[in-house]
Design a protein around this ligand. Structure first.
Ligand code: HEM
Ligand code: HEM
Length: 240
């Protein structure tokens, strides 16, 4: 627990990212990494591709709900601020971006882009739009590389350890003099998020009963061809 955030006369660190958001981030990293290394049919890990892909999809579903009910800096309303973009870009051009408690204006856009890319990659995988899926999958890898570079560059420019913040959820108070602890998510938020994950997992297994089991990507393709996974899939645009 972040006991250091509470101890001492002057609070050294402020709470920024709530625990579910951090869990979401690092589970998403694991799921996407696994989906990418298992993607090729020749991969020894190919049996993990469909499973990790579905998990990534569920995580995005959680994030969309959390963006409305989660803690202060998890909410889209808090960080999606197109009006702040020009000012932030100007700071960047001068090489002196101000540290922010939550996502900065450009970071906010990349959050939305990453989530949209993961969602469309999962969706094209599910419906077996193979060429588009492959293109999106490798483009997602490129975007992730840019994301990691941006995190490193912004950590250097703002002299703030952004990775640590995504791990322990805190930022140093002295660099954010006018900020306080982020508003924490309430019990209703946990309930809504839990329901969203349960409903998502249920819908996924209705569509693909073996979604959360290990099997080759090829077996998923065959299952879809046989129509075993088509309950609820009105619009399969597979011709054959
Ligand atoms: C598959 C790889 C990755 C994906 C898909 C990914 C995705 C994301 C997403 C969606 C967010 C926004 C968080 C939110 O929902 O509000 C985010 C933020 C962040 N990610 Fe990643 N990430 C990946 C890898 C990494 C790695 C390897 C690192 C560490 C070096 C990292 C460090 C961060 C940090 C520090 C933030 C917060 C940025 C800020 O302060 O605004 N990410 N990432
Ligand atoms: C974010 C999650 C995912 C990523 C990053 C991803 C990435 C990829 C990539 C890059 C390939 C091409 C491999 C190659 O070069 O041959 C691929 C193939 C494949 N993926 Fe995914 N995928 C994801 C999720 C899914 C999901 C959810 C499904 C199905 C439920 C799926 C089903 C397949 C299948 C059947 C193939 C083999 C056919 C093909 O080459 O397109 N993927 N995936």
């Amino acid at each position: 627990m972040a006991s250091n955030a509470l101890s001492g006369p002057a609070r050294a660190r402020l709470r920024v990212w709530d625990l579910p958001l951090r869990l979401f981030h690092w589970l998403l990293v694991a799921a996407i990494a696994l989906a990418l290394v298992s993607a090729e049919e020749e991969s020894a890990l190919n049996d993990w591709h469909i499973l990790s892909g579905w998990v990534a999809g569920l995580l995005v579903a959680f994030r969309l709900v959390w963006g409305f009910v989660g803690g202060e800096h998890s909410r889209f309303m808090t960080f999606v601020k197109p009006s702040a973009l020009a000012g932030h870009l100007r700071e960047l051009l001068h090489g002196r971006p101000e540290p922010t408690m939550g996502h900065n204006a450009l970071g906010a856009l990349s959050v939305l882009l990453l989530l949209a890319m993961v969602a469309t990659t999962v969706w094209t995988g599910v419906i077996l739009a193979e060429d588009v899926h492959e293109l999106l999958g490798w483009s997602l890898l490129a975007l992730v590389v840019i994301h990691i570079l941006a995190v490193v560059v912004m950590s250097l420019l703002t002299r703030e350890n952004l990775v640590r913040a995504m791990v322990d959820g805190t930022k140093p108070a002295d660099r954010h003099p006018s900020a306080g602890d982020a508003r924490a998510p309430g019990p209703i938020a946990y309930l809504a998020a839990g329901l969203a994950i349960a409903a998502g997992a249920w819908a996924v297994t209705r569509f693909d009963p073996r979604a959360f089991t290990l099997r080759s990507a090829e077996s998923y393709e065959h299952q879809s061809e046989r129509g075993a996974a088509t309950e609820g899939a009105e619009d399969h645009d597979n011709e054959d």
